[in-house]
Design a binder for this molecule. Structure first.
Ligand code: FES
Length: 142
């Protein structure tokens, strides 16, 4: 009899079994996964006059390029963070203009525009990048 069948025989649900696995430090718990390191060699330009980046000309607009989420957070302010979530490493971070925060669609991690975590899944924060706007060119770099 394997471990799962043993727990099921005791009448434990799948959720309870997973809790036992995670609390016991056994392999297979999602929180034990190694989170990939965000790219530290970020250095690229976005042409805001091009069609694909035009959304960055309005506050609340965002684009994803080179695994970086770049958002226009105010008339003259941008925020850039890694698209790789620090919770479990999913490449699912996006920007929510309505709440002015970065958000991971995998399990709901939330981050402010400076990459600070706003809930438990986002507690490790996000790697941020610098931005400089010169004319129509937005420079994004580490
Ligand atoms: S990977 Fe879990 S919230 Fe992003």
């Amino acid at each position: 009899m394997n471990r799962k069948k043993f727990f099921q025989k005791l009448g434990l649900s799948t959720g309870a079994i997973m809790a036992v696995y995670c609390m016991g430090g056994l392999s297979g718990c999602a929180q034990d996964q190694t989170v990939p390191t965000p790219n530290s060699n970020v250095d690229f330009n976005l042409d805001l006059s091009s069609q694909e980046n035009a959304v960055l000309n309005q506050t609340g607009g965002f684009v994803i390029a080179h695994k970086v989420v770049i958002a226009r957070t105010a008339v003259d302010t941008f925020a850039a963070v890694t698209q790789i979530c620090s919770h479990e490493g999913q490449q699912q971070v996006t920007f929510q203009a309505s709440s002015e925060e970065f958000y991971c669609t995998a399990h709901g991690a939330r981050y402010d525009t400076k990459g600070h975590g706003l809930n438990s899944n986002g507690s490790r924060g996000l790697t941020t990048y610098q931005t400089v706007l010169q004319g129509n060119m937005l420079h994004v770099f580490a």
